[in-house]
Design a protein around this ligand. Structure first.
Ligand SMILES: *Cc1c(COP(=O)(O)O)cnc(C)c1O
Length: 475
């Protein structure tokens, strides 16, 4: 059934009203969806409809069937994982992107997509203190960017031998990251054909950052064994606790032993827009690649991962392919972003980023980031002065990791079980959403404060809920 333009206009207006109402009322909804397994699945017919259905009917089902199974990631009471933020300018731009529906794989397939992407990546590069000669490109996720870094490192090191003849007969390439690094590193190592056993997980120091001494020892050992140290993936903000690996110290090692240095700043990278965090970028000129996700803490809809490389040619020589049907007269004159990563097809993602960056401006973004940092500091102060709750590590940026401490007679298992129950009770109440991690075998609640619209009273409410629930749970 075709929808006429009149119908489109009518529904589009109706949907926009729904969208605005949703955003206005989001705080009244249970943050974490409260449905059970298969509850949504069972409500969807087993066979696809033969005849087209009316939009009214589809929209009603969206509201009645789908919405109860939605976790409200945009709620200011969402403190789980890391935020995957949106914002009004981003959503508005996504509407335009969806309408244009262009493929930005090559310059020719939509010049604006390529050229706007180049500009906004330059904006971010310069505002974040990345070297001016670096190039940026949008990837779908940090996982993909890290995979691209590993494959590029592999090709540079093997002189493009692996792309040509495969891995058989090639050296054992070794990749290093800390035990706290994101799982995407291991996934990338597997997909890049390097082999999981060649991923060396380096122990961390008491701040949970990669131990540089241990890294150098492992590299030396590998060299003695005849292996080829290939790449270090350093985390600027680990997922568990936002621990910061030292770019400067690790860079000295990767330079000394000629390894690729990839920086995974997926979440915390946004804070590089703040001069007070620029010290973390010290030594960045020794790195080879850097990724952070505007789709996390920079108010831009998923997916939008900003990937920066020192050597653009190395990236392109790794991924470029030019079959006849993709040849255009502008090849060689312009950037063809399909050659800058894995997928051929690419959404027009720079549009939403452009809208966000212009809407807030650098100062507006800094103000929001600083507010989140202050809110996290407020929470940290409550925990430090609480007789029962404790931080497991000092707060890093806007992530606070803490637990309820049972009396000295309680075993670690009891304490972990208590905190696990506390988390479950909080999340099933629907009034907030937190997730957990383990630090040195201690089960801890992780509270990430970075929602686009979070304010002090949301954090105060959350803290009150946490304290009250814990009291209620005590034996
Ligand atoms: C979230 C996160 C990732 C993965 O991000 P995706 O864009 O979902 O692939 C990688 N590394 C770190 C440190 C993260 O926090």
């Amino acid at each position: 059934m075709s929808t006429s333009q009149d119908d489109f206009r009518r529904y589009a207006h109706q949907f926009v009203d729904w969208m605005a109402d949703y955003m206005e009322n989001i705080e009244t909804l249970p943050v974490k969806s409260q449905v059970g397994p298969k509850e949504i699945y069972r409500q969807i017919p087993a066979v696809l409809p033969t005849e087209g259905e009316a939009m009214e009917v589809i929209f009603e089902d969206f509201k009645n069937i789908i919405m109860p199974g939605v976790t409200h990631w945009q709620s200011p009471k969402f403190f789980a994982y890391f935020q995957a933020n949106t914002s009004s300018p981003s959503i508005l731009a996504e509407m335009l992107t969806a309408t244009l529906g262009v493929q930005g794989m090559k310059w020719d397939t939509s010049p604006a997509s390529t050229e706007l992407e180049q500009r906004v990546m330059e904006w971010l590069r310069d505002a974040m203190g990345l070297p001016g000669a670096w190039s940026g490109v949008i990837q779908d996720t940090a996982s993909t960017a890290t995979l691209a870094a590993l494959i590029t490192a592999r090709e540079m090191r093997s002189d493009h031998e692996v792309n040509r003849v495969g891995m058989a007969g090639s050296s054992r390439y070794r990749v290093y990251c800390s035990t706290e690094a994101h799982s995407s590193v291991e996934k990338g190592v597997k997909i890049a054909g390097l082999g999981k056993e060649n991923l060396v997980k380096i122990p961390t120091d008491d701040q949970l950052a990669l131990s540089v001494e241990a890294l150098e020892e492992e590299i030396k050992k590998d060299l003695q064994r005849g292996y080829v140290p290939l790449c270090v993936v350093a985390a600027l903000g680990t997922t568990g606790t936002l621990a910061m690996d030292s770019v400067e110290e690790i860079g000295k090692i990767t330079s000394k032993y000629n390894l690729w240095l990839h920086i995974d700043a997926a979440y915390a990278g946004s804070a590089m827009l703040l001069p007070e965090y620029q010290h973390l970028m010290k030594g960045i000129e020794r790195a080879d690649s850097f990724v952070f996700n505007p789709h996390k803490w920079l108010f831009t809809n998923f997916d939008c991962s900003a990937y920066f490389v020192r050597d653009r040619e190395a990236l392109i020589n790794t991924f470029a392919i030019l079959p006849e049907y993709l040849r255009t007269s502008s090849d060689g004159l312009v950037a063809n972003h399909c050659d800058w990563g894995i997928p051929l097809g690419r959404r027009f993602r720079s549009l939403k980023l452009w809208f966000v960056l212009r809407h807030y401006g650098l100062e507006g973004l800094q103000k929001k980031l600083r507010l989140h940092l202050e809110l996290a500091q407020w929470l940290e102060e409550q925990i430090v002065s609480s007789p029962t709750f404790e931080l497991v590590v000092p707060r890093s940026m806007n992530l606070v990791c803490f637990y309820y401490r049972l009396g000295p007679e309680a075993s670690l298992e009891d304490q972990n079980a208590f905190n696990q129950r506390l988390l479950h009770e909080l999340n099933s109440s629907g009034v907030l959403y937190l997730t957990h991690t383990k630090v040195n075998d201690i089960y801890v609640l992780r509270m990430s404060i970075g929602n686009t619209h979070v304010m002090l009273h949301h954090v105060q409410d959350a803290w009150r809920q946490i304290v009250e629930k814990a009291d209620a749970l005590l034996p």
